[in-house]
Design a protein around this ligand. Structure first.
Ligand code: ATP
Ligand code: MG
Length: 253
């Protein structure tokens, strides 16, 4: 147990007609503050399902998740929503930006949601300054007022990353953050994620098929058929990723 983010014996069954499909079959994971953990494994292994449970987007059928000593099962709906919006943040493969809002407005969304209607006029100036600064840091200074439809995939993901960092979250959950990008853009986004993780000492839990992204994590955990397994994935089911026992010791390596 790390005392930071701990998942114990997580099970998740999905109901398909009258059948119950066990997708997670007893998953344990401890994440330390500042950790960058990569979750790898074959398609359908349950990686996204697990990430959604860790990030309060879904509830397990059984098992417990604790964040800083607080059990998720003890949280009310308001508290869950608050944590999902400001303590945690998410970067998805398909960006999930609002199409009618500009890059700057998309980045501002989490702060707007967090703020009350009365407080927003006071917070807005500072929030815009922070969003602008983050987007400029991402090389998006010339694209602040473009809607997502006028941005490339890599640019959209930069906006999604800026949005994810706006609330200075304690944990960023990423699900295939480079899965929809060409190799060069994927590398740029990986470099960006790494420099941000290091600079802000933010905890990252990321699901990825990308060997080069997994290799740079502090820790790699491998999921197969709803369980975390140690060592190599059998070649019939496994993705070409480094062994869980031998990740790079340093994100700079
Ligand atoms: N809401 C749902 N209802 C029913 N089955 C689901 C649901 N969500 C996921 N599943 C099933 O659970 C299994 C695991 O899905 P999950 O998306 O977690 O896999 P994954 O490891 O993220 O795969 P990929 O690498 O392809 O994204 C799959 O068989 C999927 O069809
Ligand atoms: Mg998935």
């Amino acid at each position: 147990m790390s005392g930071f983010l701990d998942a114990r014996d997580i099970r998740r069954d999905f109901q398909i007609g009258d059948r119950s499909l066990p997708v997670l079959r007893g998953v344990d994971l401890s994440v330390e503050p500042g950790d960058v953990v990569a979750i790898v494994g074959p398609s359908g292994a349950g990686k996204s399902t697990f990430l959604h449970i860790l990030g309060l987007l879904d509830r397990p059928t059984s098992g417990s998740v604790m964040f800083k000593g607080q059990a998720y099962s003890d949280l009310g709906d308001r508290e869950r929503a608050r944590m999902r919006n400001s303590t945690f943040s998410f970067v998805f493969q398909f960006y999930h930006l609002l199409p009618e809002l500009t890059a700057l407005e998309n980045a501002l969304m989490p702060v707007m949601i967090q703020s009350s209607i009365l407080a927003w006029p006071v917070l807005r100036g500072e929030a815009r300054r922070k969003a602008r600064e983050l987007l400029e840091r991402m090389g998006m200074g010339e694209r602040l007022h473009h809607v997502p439809g006028r941005l490339s995939g890599g640019e959209r993901q930069r906006v999604a990353i800026a949005r994810a960092l706006m609330t200075s979250p304690e944990v960023v959950f990423c699900d295939e953050p480079t899965g929809n990008l060409d190799t060069v853009t994927s590398q740029e986004i990986q470099d960006l994620l790494w420099s941000l993780a290091e600079e802000k000492c933010t905890t990252f839990v990321m699901v990825t098929h990308e060997p080069s992204l997994a290799r740079r994590a502090h820790r790699v955990v491998r999921m197969v058929d709803g369980l975390i397994v140690d060592g190599e994935v059998p070649p019939t089911t496994g993705a070409a990723v480094p062994p869980a026992s031998a990740p790079s010791p340093s994100p700079n390596a």
